[in-house]
Design a protein around this ligand. Sequence first.
Ligand code: PLP
Length: 358
Amino acid sequence: MPDACKYFVPGPTWVRPEILAELTRPMIGHRSAEFKELFRTINRDLKTLFATTGDTFVVTASGTGVMQAALENCVARRVLVTTCGAFSERWYSIAESCGYEVDRLDAGWGNAIDPAELADHLARHSRAHYDAVTITHNETSTGVTNDVAALAEVVREEAPDALVLVDAVSSLGGMPVLVDEWKLDVCLASVQKGLALPPGITVAAVSQQALARAAKHPYRGTYFDFVSYKKNADDDSVPSTPSIPHFYALAKQLDDMLRTEGLEARFERHRRMRDVTIERTARFAKPAATSHQSTTVTALLPAMPPETIRSEMKKRGYTLGGGYGQWKESTFRIGHMGDIPLADLEAMLDALSDVTRA
Ligand code: PLP
């Protein structure tokens, strides 16, 4: 089994050889008819993946770039950041570095954001107090999935003028992300997680309201200007030279996800991967998240030092994720997202069982 997955990091994730092969196709110009056709196909499939009839973009940057873009296009003055781990905190540091007034609603590491607490917080302010609220769908540092549907509904009720900006970096492709039903304004995901492509581009869905807000910002920069992305997307194009190899790989991956595996089957595989991981590690570790456990990543608190486990696994050819941020020393993480076959995850868990018994 030379192509079996032995790489269980929560991003970048293992990439199938067929997808890697797409990256080596001959170059085409990004203003050519071939590119427009490729991009048309990508956007059609992205709308299905994001469950939206609105605009979808592909940006040549990692997810952090498009988090910054979302703020720069949608926020004039003040933003509320909901935090529950390292990546949700990233919204806070980006917003601060852009010079916005930033408030934080913190649930604490390992917890999910409570919709009732969000409602309480927003009810204390006028409907126009915040330009936007940020939500991290899946907190990769702790393995917690926030209930975006409920949180976005609270924002709509309590702060109807605020746009809802969602980081779906480690959820898209591994669990449902319903942009229109949940009424999200910006929803973004870099592709090296649940989409199982090499890192380098980010996909996003952007609402009419977000585009209207962006159009009012005189200084929203050039590279990440959503209005320019929209104008180009209407012509099956992008504002500047994209990573064209990634576009080939994305087109194939979307086709495989939607038409070969099917989204429901893919989400079910992810649910199985989460359940098997938690069941088969229960003897020596407990999940750091006690509820809202993610289907794409599990952070584990083991009885023995996490670094010993990871280095013993490395000797057997397996790479597991380390702990992150303030949980670096106490946890390790198993990424079970993207294209990982269940059988390969189970083979890894057999090895993990041996290592922790020794
Ligand atoms: N948000 C989440 C939830 C993540 O897991 C990550 C990366 O791990 C990021 C944002 C940052 O994405 P990128 O590394 O593509 O900039």
